[in-house]
Design a protein around this ligand. Structure first.
Ligand code: MN
Length: 409
């Protein structure tokens, strides 16, 4: 791809200094605009630090997304330990040619990239600003946004956090196309239709860059103005055999969708991969963290159940004989009750209540309580047999037969 680039920067008519920075690296086909913010010299340092870190990273072969991530860390590192620079940040919108007809845009903040294709201007980037987000959410009209008092508030910038979300866009360009990178000092002062008109009417890129600065200053020049104009002179042929691209070219030339691909990076998502790996590792670890206690609980519950099944006793019937069973009536998870010992008592000897209790296995507890219950049964049987054989005692008397026997005779 053959490109011709020009640039211009100006502090405007209001600001005391220029906190914007830009990069035109023809050899690497790398271009960028940064708009710094922060007190004292912070903004200036932030934008220049980011631009230099970006340049160095791309020169080392770092993909654009990673290069911007490194620029972010560079700004943070530069601010660390310097009170005058604390809180500084910067926007960064960068473009690199990646072969064929493709330009790759990496973008953070409210600087912008535009594409002029067939005389029509298309905005290629979304602003990370409060008012633009409100417009996207339908809470502000674009007209309201233009004059909104908080339009300078950015929602994403370098130098704020270790982790920065970088938007990537690919731009399919043709020979004759023109790309404009600019800080908000242009776009807050000059309407898009005027930007389009100038971009269309000024053939020389340097003249255009200067014209943009002049127009912004003529409109008040309230902010620093920085512009990089990149003319696409030639694209690499043959283009990669992408059927979608061919279709776009032939059927819908000049339409926005045909020219500006959605922000879907064809670049290998290098920074995303470690993040994905990290989260996968985290998922596995989380699964273990969840499963381990679960397994322990299940194991403990099984053991407790087994212990319960084997350590409890109840009085029941085997054949016609009253016996003490070890276990739980009906069994638990394969632990079936076993006869622990026989009593020699027959069911028919018991009072109706006891018979019922025994036959429904309605007495459960420790071996001691089972033994005590059997003792009471035996006592009641001896009492009833010695006193009278016909009338089994009532419910209440059967419970305390021993006291009656010892005291009555
Ligand atoms: Mn600005």
């Amino acid at each position: 791809m053959k490109l011709a680039a020009a640039s211009a920067t100006d502090q405007g008519r209001v600001r005391g200094n220029n906190e914007d920075a830009f990069l035109v690296d023809d050899d690497r086909a790398l271009f960028a605009v940064a708009d710094g913010m922060g007190g004292h010299r912070g903004g200036e340092v932030a934008s220049h630090t980011a631009i230099e870190a970006l340049r160095a990273a791309v020169a080392n072969g770092t993909p654009l997304h990673d290069a911007i991530t490194r620029a972010n860390l560079a700004v943070l590192a530069r601010a660390a330990g310097d009170d005058e620079l604390t809180g500084m940040g910067t926007t960064l919108t960068a473009i690199v040619a990646i072969g064929g007809r493709q330009l790759l845009i990496g973008h953070v903040g409210d600087s912008r990239a535009y594409l002029l294709h067939n005389g029509e201007l298309h905005r290629a980037t979304d602003d990370h600003s409060l008012v633009e987000e409100l417009v996207r959410e339908g809470r502000l009209t674009p007209e309201q946004a233009e004059s909104h008092p908080q339009r300078a508030i950015v929602t994403r910038a370098l130098g704020v956090d270790d982790d920065v979300d970088v938007d990537l866009y690919t731009l399919e360009v043709d020979a004759g196309d023109r790309v404009v990178l600019c800080s908000d000092g242009l776009t807050t002062m000059v309407r898009e239709r005027d930007i389009e008109r100038l971009a269309r009417s000024e053939p020389d890129p340097q003249s255009l860059a200067d014209a943009f600065v002049r127009a912004a200053n003529d409109a008040g020049g309230e902010d620093n103005i920085t512009v990089v104009v990149i003319d696409v002179l030639e694209v690499d042929t043959p283009a990669p055999p992408d059927p979608a691209t061919l279709l776009d070219d032939e059927t819908t030339p000049g339409s926005r969708s045909a020219v500006i691909a959605p922000p879907d990076p064809p670049e290998p998502p290098v920074p995303k991969e470690p993040r994905a790996k990290g989260s996968r590792r985290r998922t596995v670890r989380n699964a273990i963290l969840v499963l381990l206690p679960l397994l322990l609980i299940v194991g403990a519950a099984t053991a407790a159940l087994g212990w319960y099944a084997r350590s409890s006793y109840f009085v029941g019937v085997s054949g016609n004989e009253v016996v003490i069973y070890k276990g739980v009536p009906g069994g638990v998870l394969g632990w079936n009750p076993t006869v622990d010992h026989r009593t020699g008592l027959t069911v028919s000897e018991l009072s109706p209540l006891d018979r019922d209790r025994v036959q429904t296995n309605n007495s459960r507890g420790s071996l001691t309580t089972a033994q005590q219950y059997v003792d009471r049964l035996e006592a009641s049987v001896t009492t009833t047999t010695t006193t009278t054989t016909t009338a089994p005692s009532t419910t209440t008397t059967s419970v305390k037969p021993r006291t009656t026997t010892t005291k009555a005779p």
